[in-house]
Design a protein around this ligand. Structure first.
Ligand SMILES: Cc1ncc(COP(=O)(O)O)c(C=O)c1O
Length: 383
């Protein structure tokens, strides 16, 4: 063993961790226990489906019939009837065909694979500055050029398209609802830009699935532009109350391509059957909810309005993700502690997950909560 290099490594790691501790961005694992007395506003179970009796029963049935694991990667024997059944349900939900839909173990691995594999060395990816780290990680390892446009800035996106279109293959990547900001771009505008500039549009609907659209398939459905999306990503560990992810490819050949080359898919034990059947059951439930979606959006809107009115800073909107911004890390830490003392579990989000100047408490709105009451409770907790 080369003692010198091991010594360097220790020093490097030590210095990194010390800096993180000093600037308040040190990350630590904590066990989160479920408690009936604490209101959990920190997870992404927006529609309360993770503990829905029918969803739990579907998972239990899958375990009884098929065991706790798929026990193999999907191209060997891990792709089971429960996975095929979930794909059929997604096809019926979105009105697509089975050769366009692909399941993944996580949204992270789906994004990382897609962005590593599709863009190539001389291509260009135009991405919203705030996209999820899984997409950034993929783009950076693809070798393609990445230009990040300011958050939600459609004018800037258009000027980049004017400048670069026609010279190389261009991809545009965005989330619909942004996971840390709760806002979203004008998808209609992106669709019109796509018509004009012919780029490849990748849309991550992780935080919009279930919450928007007549059928609950997300914001692209709600804004009438689903047909323009080249690659759609939905995750199953958030509103669907399960785990894993799916992608829908406008061009079915891209699915065949990913199945042939995506290492995260080919060389990893596949999603457990219980996760597939839980997600299938969740989709069947939420696809039937129509009026409710508008009510949840109204509650979210109402919560922001009231919080802003009470002197907090949380922007406007109707998505399930509600940030409350603070001026300093000290204020953030105090707010988190106060809310926890008032029996509300929340996440404190700091740099590098969000820009250094905008630390925030991230609140997940849930379908079982009243926006006005919740805003009052949070305000009292923060007093
Ligand atoms: C926008 C977005 N995409 C992808 C992911 C990753 O999904 P998963 O949790 O299934 O890995 C997340 C996770 O938080 C996310 O917020």
């Amino acid at each position: 063993m080369d003692l010198n290099s091991s010594h360097d490594l220790n020093e490097r790691i030590d210095s990194f961790l010390r800096k993180r501790r000093e600037n308040g961005s040190f990350r630590q694992l904590r066990t989160s226990e479920s408690s009936d007395e604490t209101l959990d506003l920190s997870n992404n179970d927006y529609l309360c489906l993770a503990k829905h009796p029918l969803v739990c029963q579907a998972a239990c049935r899958a375990i009884e019939e098929d065991g706790c694991s798929s026990s193999a990667s999907p191209l060997l024997t891990g792709y089971r009837p429960s996975h095929a059944a979930l794909v059929e349900t997604i096809c019926a939900w979105f009105g697509t065909s089975r050769n366009q839909v692909m399941l993944w173990n996580t949204g992270y691995s789906a994004n990382q694979s897609i962005f590593t594999i599709l863009p190539q060395k001389n291509d260009l990816v135009l991405a919203d500055r705030m996209i999820h780290q899984s997409m950034i990680a993929g783009i950076l390892s693809s070798g393609a050029r990445l230009i990040r446009y300011p958050h939600l800035d459609m004018q800037r996106l258009e000027s980049l398209l004017v400048r670069y279109s026609g010279q190389r293959t261009v991809y545009v990547a965005t989330e619909s609802v942004f996971g840390m900001d709760g806002d979203y771009p004008d998808l209609g505008k992106i669709s019109r830009l796509r018509e004009k500039f012919r780029f490849f549009w990748i849309l991550d609907e992780a935080h919009a699935l279930g919450w928007y659209g007549q059928k609950g398939t997300g914001l692209a459905e709600e804004q009438g532009v689903l047909d323009a999306v080249d690659l759609f990503l939905g995750t199953m560990g958030k509103a669907l109350g399960s785990s894993g992810a799916f992608t829908i490819f406008k061009n079915p050949q891209l699915k065949d391509y990913m199945v042939n080359v995506a290492g995260h898919f080919i060389y990893s034990t596949f999603l457990p059957p219980s996760a597939a059947l839980a997600a299938k059951q969740a989709i069947e439930l939420l696809a039937g909810w129509k009026r409710e979606r508008k009510e949840w959006q109204d509650q979210s809107n109402c919560m922001r309005t009231k919080l802003n009115h009470l002197g907090h800073s949380c922007g406007t909107g109707d998505s399930p993700v509600i940030p409350i911004f603070f001026n300093s890390l000290d204020d953030l830490a105090i707010a988190k502690e106060k809310l926890e003392n008032s029996r509300m579990r929340v996440s404190a989000i700091r740099h590098p997950t969000v820009p250094v100047h905008s630390p925030r408490i991230r609140i997940s709105m849930r379908s079982d909560l009243n926006g006005e009451d919740l805003a009052g409770k949070i305000h009292e907790g923060l007093e």
